[in-house]
Design a protein around this ligand. Structure first.
Ligand code: AMP
Length: 218
């Protein structure tokens, strides 16, 4: 049973890549941001609590996220392993996760802010299933329509430049310290994916290589 987390700034490609890595290693993919967006669509209590933070590009308070994560990884579909995309994002979240399970690999997607801002300008995703696309490197086959579920492909509100700048700042302040946390635990796998024209396929190959190398050496 593999338990893998993806660390990296918003727009680093961790969503698009981890969505592909999960079926390859037969693990369940869990995107915390997507869980919140689904909750918001359903107007659930959690969704409504998260809304104001998400709209500003702030993190949702730890106690809400941790509780939601705990419930999610207890489900049957996680029994064979899972990939967490977007969790943990703070030291308290990492400490709580550490009390629940032992992580096998923490993949760190190294991308500079400059490259993120360029890539982000063309990032879109499906309103219904959350599948991510990039209009420069990985467009949906039919313009505006999701390949997976035929849902509408749109630009996320929190990908607008102003909110994105705040999300990057929040990443630096609150999530970046996790790199050392996982380095100290000996589970950090570094991936350098900073070429602007790099395709999701190339990044996927790099990430799989890093994960396999890491697991072999372990
Ligand atoms: P994402 O789709 O991963 O970029 O997440 C979108 C938004 O969901 C973030 O900007 C946060 O507001 C919220 N969010 C996602 N993951 C977390 C987390 N681990 N802790 C707190 N807030 C989160």
């Amino acid at each position: 049973m593999k338990k893998i987390i993806f660390l990296g700034p918003p727009g680093s490609g961790k969503g698009i890549v981890s969505q592909r890595v999960a079926p390859t290693i037969k693990a369940q993919h869990i995107s915390i941001g997507e869980l919140f967006r689904q909750n918001l669509k359903e107007q659930s209590e959690i969704g409504l609590k998260a809304k104001e933070f998400m709209e500003k590009g702030e993190l949702v308070p730890d106690e809400i996220v941790i509780e939601m994560l705990k419930q999610r990884i207890e489900k049957e579909d996680c029994k064979k392993g899972f990939i967490l995309d977007g969790f943990p994002r703070t030291i308290p979240q990492a400490q709580s996760l550490h009390k629940l399970i032992e992580i096998d690999v923490a993949v760190h997607m190294n991308v500079t802010e400059e490259v993120i801002i360029i890539r982000n300008a063309t990032r879109v995703s499906c309103k219904d299933c959350g599948q991510i696309y990039n209009l420069r490197t990985s467009s949906p086959k039919k313009q505006g329509i999701c390949d997976n579920c035929q849902g509408q492909v749109i630009r996320r509100k929190d990908d607008e430049p102003e909110v994105m700048r705040n999300r990057l700042k929040v990443y630096q302040d609150q999530t970046y310290p996790l790199i050392d946390f996982y380095k100290d635990k000996g589970v950090l796998a570094e991936v350098f994916c900073d070429k602007i024209e790099q395709t999701p396929e190339e990044t996927f190959q790099q990430v799989m290589e890093a994960i396999n190398k890491f697991l072999e050496e372990k």
